[in-house]
Design a protein around this ligand. Structure first.
Ligand code: PAF
Length: 277
């Protein structure tokens, strides 16, 4: 039976008991509105760890747009049923003042990898992510943390965070889960109307073609990708960029692990995706 826990004290008492018995503890941080992508993280954690905690917390500090925070779907009852079916041990779903009590005054800010792309377009976003992830690791006392590659830059920020602050958590990046037509699963997809949903897979399709063109040495691959996405009916493209996979610096050569990353608007919804090159 999956237990819903709201306080850090109760969570830690449980986790200390598990650890005393020698159990490895995995955590899957989420903001709820769970889909198959999240469930694949819970499954990966279940495969590796004796005990699994899924956190559900819509973190106000990572929303640079207040409207986005208000509109963020909150579906705890449905989420709990899905996690119960996966055999998750605990759902940690704290109230905001359990995470950020009165007087809370600390921000964790990662430089470098957090600065370009999403960091530049969503000021403060990665400070909010790094702060809450550091807290979730501290609150859950987990040994391993599971994150989706869908948010590639976030994954690199979390890797940097644990290295820089000596946080004893192994960060595991899990493959992006896609719909049958290639669209990367995201809680935002539910906000696409039928017309936009039909156009949405064009982003991934164009990115795959661009990755092949880049490998073939075509200098116009990124421009062609942007043109293709707009021609498919996207409203605008915020970026389509080739970056070093770990540092997210602009890629100087093709002789390093590379990632193609994109953000584009469709029907009022901002979609992001990334693939290896
Ligand atoms: O990826 C998310 O859902 C969030 O950014 C995370 C990691 C749960 C932190 O709030």
């Amino acid at each position: 039976m999956t237990k819903i826990v709201r306080s850090v004290a109760e969570l830690r008492a449980l986790v200390r008991g598990w650890k005393a018995a020698g159990d490895v503890v995995g955590v899957v941080p989420t903001m709820g509105a769970l889909h198959d992508g999240h469930l694949s993280l819970a499954r990966a954690a279940k495969a590796d760890c004796a005990r699994v905690i899924v956190t559900i917390f819509v973190n106000p500090k990572q929303f640079n747009n207040p409207d986005d925070l208000l509109k963020y779907p909150r579906t705890e009852t449905a989420d709990a049923a899905l996690l119960q079916a996966e055999g998750v041990d605990v759902i940690f779903a704290p109230m905001p003042d359990e995470v950020y009590p009165a007087g809370f005054a600390t921000t964790v800010s990662v430089a470098g990898v957090a600065q370009p792309l999403e960091g530049a377009l969503r000021p403060g976003h990665f400070d909010g992510v790094a702060t809450v992830v550091a807290k979730l690791f501290g609150m859950t006392l987990a040994d391993r943390g599971y994150f989706g590659q869908k948010d590639w830059q976030q994954l690199q920020v979390v890797q940097r965070l644990v290295r820089d602050l000596n946080i004893p958590v192994d960060v595991v990046g899990c493959e992006t889960v896609r719909e049958a037509d290639g669209l990367a699963m995201s809680s935002r997809n539910a906000r696409l109307d039928a017309g936009a949903r039909a156009k949405a897979p064009a982003l991934y399709a164009a990115m795959r073609r661009a990755a092949l063109a880049l490998r073939a040495g075509r200098g116009d691959a990124l421009d062609a990708c942007r043109t293709e996405v707009l021609a498919a009916g996207f409203d605008s493209v915020e970026y389509i960029e080739l970056r070093d996979a770990a540092t997210l610096d602009v890629a100087a050569t093709l002789d390093q692990p590379l990632r193609l990353l994109a953000a584009a608007w469709l029907g009022g919804v901002r979609l992001i995706d990334n693939i290896p090159v």
